[in-house]
Design a protein around this ligand. Structure first.
Ligand SMILES: Cc1cc2nc3c(=O)[nH]c(=O)nc-3n(C[C@H](O)[C@H](O)[C@H](O)COP(=O)(O)OP(=O)(O)OC[C@H]3O[C@@H](n4cnc5c(N)ncnc54)[C@H](O)[C@@H]3O)c2cc1C
Length: 339
């Protein structure tokens, strides 16, 4: 077990923010995790951060505590019935590698979630979602280690209280649990979900004759690669803000004033607005100040062109929030975890 001191976190976050962690250690099993936590908490109780792929984090300052880099590995088929397979993946597995594993084995359900960066362990944190599918649609259960009770707890689908980019781990139990593994319930017979976004169009362009989970995965990869900046080239954490919801009557008023405003009504009397559209209307798309910017193709994505600090990106997000509030009286919420 190696605890390193004063480590740059630049290689460990997709924004490429150059901050330092006071201490840094990987853990490859629960015993190592327990030992590291015991060592650490016997000290002055400085903060602990569980780090996956660092693709949903903005570091705004040096981290004055212990960063625990999740290196738990392994994927296994744990159960099977007539229609489903139950596949348990360790939290440190790369999410996209897990998706490719499922496609190779012909396990259906996660193909629409191809190419999302990060690790399996973070997938339930914000109920990751894309192209009409969310983790909650394929989630069976997870095991997590309670840092203070020193116990492993099993969470069912209901326990996780998944919502739009939300779960109990993001707010209610924030920083209390280390997710160790997640078991997904996948379909033996695929139920294709191609109606969302440009998947059908892309499949046509690919000249696909027979739809399969592999084709859908490839279509999603193609679309995402053409639309989203690659963090290896331009630092970013995907969508920086959530799409906000407003009550239907408020949406009516907004549409009276801004007739081209897109909105998607849900069943509960709310309309979901497109945060990217709101931001674009405020003139931010393509904006750049020093190395912090709002992406030229995707207003929802804030970027680091090289040497931006986390504070510069955060300040830009604050300016964006305020301008959207001033123009539309709509409050945006950050999706990215601010550290
Ligand atoms: C280009 C790009 C595109 C993206 N597209 C999407 C998308 O389509 N849909 C989507 O939902 N997200 C998207 N994201 C966001 C991100 O990829 C996901 O949120 C991903 O699940 C984060 O995983 P991670 O391992 O990198 O988490 P990290 O950034 O390392 O951590 C995120 C949070 O989870 C906590 N955490 C991580 N692992 C654990 C664990 N094992 N136990 C307890 N807490 C933990 C961390 O402490 C932190 O608070 C995108 C990001 C990028 C850069």
């Amino acid at each position: 077990m190696l605890i390193q001191e004063n480590i740059s976190l630049k290689p460990y976050n997709t924004f490429g923010i150059d901050v330092f962690a006071k201490s840094f250690a990987p853990f490859a099993n629960v015993n190592e995790l327990q030992e590291l936590l015991a060592l650490h908490t016997s000290n002055l109780k400085p903060p602990t951060l569980i780090l996956g792929g660092g693709s949903n984090i903005l570091f705004t300052k040096n981290f004055d505590g212990l960063v625990l880099k999740n290196a738990l590995k392994g994927i296994e088929l744990v159960q099977e019935d007539a229609d489903h397979v139950y596949v348990k993946a360790a939290a440190g597995e790369q999410w996209h590698s897990f998706v490719l594993h499922c496609i190779d084995k012909n396990y259906a359900g996660v193909e629409n979630l191809s190419l999302i960066p990060g690790n399996v362990g973070a997938s339930p944190m914000q109920n990751i979602g894309a192209y009409g599918v969310e983790i909650k649609d394929v989630f069976h259960e997870l095991e997590a280690y309670h840092i203070h009770d020193k116990k492993v707890v099993t969470f069912s689908l209901n326990d996780c209280a998944f919502g739009y980019r939300e779960s109990v781990f993001k707010k209610k139990y924030k920083d209390e649990f280390v997710i160790l593994n997640v078991t997904y319930k996948l379909n033996k017979q695929p139920i294709f979900n191609t109606s969302y976004g440009a998947i059908e169009q892309e499949l046509e362009q690919m000249q696909v004759k027979e739809v399969s989970i592999r084709n859908i995965s490839q279509a999603v990869i193609n679309i995402r690669s053409s639309k989203l900046p690659n963090p290896k080239e331009i630092g970013n954490a995907g969508s920086f803000f959530k799409n906000p919801k407003v009550e239907n009557p408020k949406f009516q008023l907004l549409q009276d004033e801004f007739p081209s405003m897109p909105g998607y009504a849900d069943k509960d009397g709310y309309t979901k607005l497109a945060a990217g559209w709101l931001i674009e209307q405020c003139g931010w798309k393509g904006f750049r100040k020093n190395d912090a910017g709002c992406h030229a193709k995707q207003a929802l994505v804030l970027v680091n062109y090289g040497h931006a600090t986390g504070k510069e990106i955060y300040d830009l997000s604050e300016d964006i929030l305020q301008s959207v509030k001033a123009k539309f009286d709509v409050q945006l919420e950050r999706e990215v975890n601010i550290i």
